[in-house]
Design a protein. Structure first.
Length: 261
């Protein structure tokens, strides 16, 4: 893989951090463009993005540390090396959602309207960010001769000791990126035909929940990332997202006027 872009003395610029930065910028730009359609001030998007960023980094890192605490307990300083990788997207989404929700309500904005605006941007950010995962060598899939690609150098990727160098592992990062790009376009098209605020956001929950639940069957996971020994923690949360999204879609289908929640 290609973990490092450039080194300037003690400064290392990693592909993972760089791609996450691009993902964040792309998400903001798309959200600002869509905000004009709804008559929302672009500064609202910038402020919202700031709080989502803070919550997202904290939540994504916290979830990752919980899953890999055996590594960090002897190397506490590396907890803060987020530019080297080590974020769980569901942790980022959960805490980012929480901080964003607080900002929206504090400023007396419509949550459903803002959620619809940023939903495609979230998927676009995931699509770009997963490319960073691929270049970093993290979030890979299980060993597979038919579907896999080869990691040649353990120092250049993040394969654990139990995965031998030279074997093929499924590039689930690329699958996730392609899926997220596809759903981004789909949500943008769907948004043009919606009748109520919240419909685009509801479909985001369903789409991403189905995707993540499915892709996790191909992902390599350590034991601590599993729940009840047959599904992962991410799959359990995916089920909740899918059910929530379906309930919201059914609820909004009965509205004749847009609810202002």
């Amino acid at each position: 893989m290609f973990r490092e872009i450039i080194q300037l003395g003690p400064i290392h610029i990693y592909t993972y951090g760089f791609m996450q930065f691009l993902a964040f910028i792309a998400g903001i730009l798309l959200s600002v463009k869509r905000a004009k359609k709804f008559g929302i001030d672009k500064n609202v998007i910038f402020d919202l993005a700031f709080w989502i960023l803070i919550g997202g980094i904290a939540g994504g890192r916290l979830w990752y540390i919980i899953e890999h605490f055996s590594f960090y307990q002897d190397n506490l300083a590396s907890i803060f090396y987020v530019w080297e990788g080590g974020l769980v997207i569901y942790g980022a989404l959960l805490l980012g959602f929480f901080t964003g929700f607080i900002y929206i309500k504090k400023n007396k904005l419509s949550f459903l309207e803002i959620a619809d605006i940023v939903s495609p941007a979230i998927l676009l950010g995931i699509a770009i960010g997963r490319i960073g995962c691929f270049l970093n060598g993290c979030c890979y899939g299980m060993v597979s001769d038919k579907l896999g690609i080869i990691f040649h150098d353990r120092s250049y990727c993040q394969l654990p000791a139990e995965v031998p160098i030279g074997v093929k592992v499924i590039p689930t990062q690329i699958y996730s990126s392609i899926s997220a790009f596809f759903f981004t376009v789909f949500l943008l098209l769907l948004d043009k035909r919606k009748k109520n605020n919240g419909e685009t956001f509801s479909w985001l929950l369903v789409f991403y929940g189905v995707h993540r639940f499915s892709i996790d069957f191909l992902r390599f996971y350590e034991g601590k990332a599993t729940l009840l020994k047959f599904i992962t923690l991410s799959q359990a949360l995916s089920i909740i997202l899918i059910l929530t999204g379906i309930i919201l879609i059914i609820r909004f289908s009965f509205y004749r006027k847009k609810p202002n929640l």
